[in-house]
Design a binder for this molecule. Structure first.
Ligand SMILES: NC(=O)C[C@H](N)C(=O)O
Length: 169
């Protein structure tokens, strides 16, 4: 398997300058995470955009779509800010012949308590196991991209189709 990663920014790749709580989006952390994970596949990481996903425009989303469509590889992971991940996933609807998995992080990968490595690992497992389609790997689950939302208060992603029960109140 060859894995293509497209990095678009988001908190996963943020670098903070604490005096003003100012940040920039740094180089994609996916490279370090996969190297530290000693993965047994080849991969390339392309940095397409370096923005908080709240600042992404329609043109940015068109760029992501164009790059995914032009990619010769079947297995694609998109690292993305969590706030508008579902919007960019929706902008890729209809792309056939590829397994596309979005992931991101609630805390920067450069922070020790980050969920970034966990989430990227989940996405890597998902992308090689699933049939073609568009998915979101967050909060320890794989969601179909059009059946998930971010619950900001709870700080996690949740299904829009799960029946409410004791495990999913
Ligand atoms: N955790 C995050 O990634 C939130 C951030 N505002 C973003 O969507 O880029």
């Amino acid at each position: 398997m060859h894995l293509q990663i497209f990095a678009t920014g988001g908190t996963l790749d943020k670098v903070y300058y604490d005096a003003l709580s100012d940040y920039r989006i740094g180089e994609p952390m996916a490279t370090d995470i996969l190297e530290e994970g000693r993965v047994d596949f080849t991969f390339t990481v392309a940095s397409l955009i370096k923005k908080d996903s709240l600042e992404l425009t329609d043109a940015d989303r068109a760029l992501v779509r164009a790059r995914v469509e032009a990619c010769p590889h079947r297995h694609i992971v998109v690292t993305h800010g969590t706030d508008t991940m579902t919007e960019t996933a929706a902008a890729l609807a209809g792309i056939a012949g590829k397994v596309i998995v979005f992931t991101g992080a609630m805390q920067p990968a450069r922070f020790r308590n980050s969920d970034a490595a966990f989430n990227l690992g989940l996405a890597v497992g998902a992308v090689q196991s699933l049939p073609e389609g568009i998915y979101i790997a967050m909060s320890g689950r794989i969601f179909e991209a059009d059946h998930v939302r971010k619950n900001r208060e709870a700080g996690r992603f949740e299904s829009t189709t799960d029946a409410p029960n004791q495990e999913n109140p």
